[in-house]
Ligand binder design. Sequence first.
Ligand code: SAM
Length: 246
Amino acid sequence: MAISPYEVLSKYYQKIIYDNEYDKWTDYLLTVVKEKSPSVSGVDIGCGTGIFTRKLKKAGFDVSGVDISQPMLTVAETISRKERIKIDYIKGDMRNIALFKKVGFITVVNDGINYVEQKDLKKTFNSFSKCLQKGGLLVFDLSTQYKLQFVLGNNMYGDDSEDLSYLWLSEYDSVENKVDISISFFEKQGETYKRYNEYQTQYAHDIGFIETALIDSGFEILSVTNPYGQDILSKEERILFVAVKK
Ligand SMILES: C[S@@+](CC[C@H](N)C(=O)[O-])C[C@H]1O[C@@H](n2cnc3c(N)ncnc32)[C@H](O)[C@@H]1O
């Protein structure tokens, strides 16, 4: 049974994706927002199940979450309700976001920009620019070409537990510079397992291309570093961009 991206993964996302490393580099990301945002109001775009959105809220920010996937937003809402954290979650496409009020910061955390095709990057940054007040902060990370090609690319991993088994296959396409991911879930239902196949694509982006698209969309780039604010090494898997709207 083929389903749309994150329809089944949303249920298991936090278990599969979330680890100590995530906590560490998003801690750094949070300090960047604390230091550089001109106001407490912001939007976490591509918020998914809201892991970073809740972290921002707990740190005192007035933040809402936007994501294109309703199943991810439903998980985010359920967790927020359970933890009694009030956050508005809105379904939206980062390539064309419209907000009622301009905000002081935008974050896009954990590969959100890797889901945007190169042809849509400028449009996406333009839509961010329209949502930000003057001097507003944009912070996002990006999985590198190295990670997509040599770490994820043409690789397979998975897990096998009583309630769920999954197989994650990634195929790198060097012509289009993207990785096509196919995840097969085997979910226990009574005495049998039901199989679901989910597909998604992540795009590798050239740093120079991103920088030009940001500048053309009215941003000044403050830094391009590794996820901890340090120099980028040749086998870096993640890069952090910090920019402000001019
Ligand atoms: C890897 S998840 C990251 C989720 C979350 N930010 C986190 O840190 O765990 C990427 C998210 O980007 C969302 N996404 C992909 N394309 C999008 C788009 N065009 N507009 C808004 N969200 C998008 C996906 O639905 C998914 O929830």
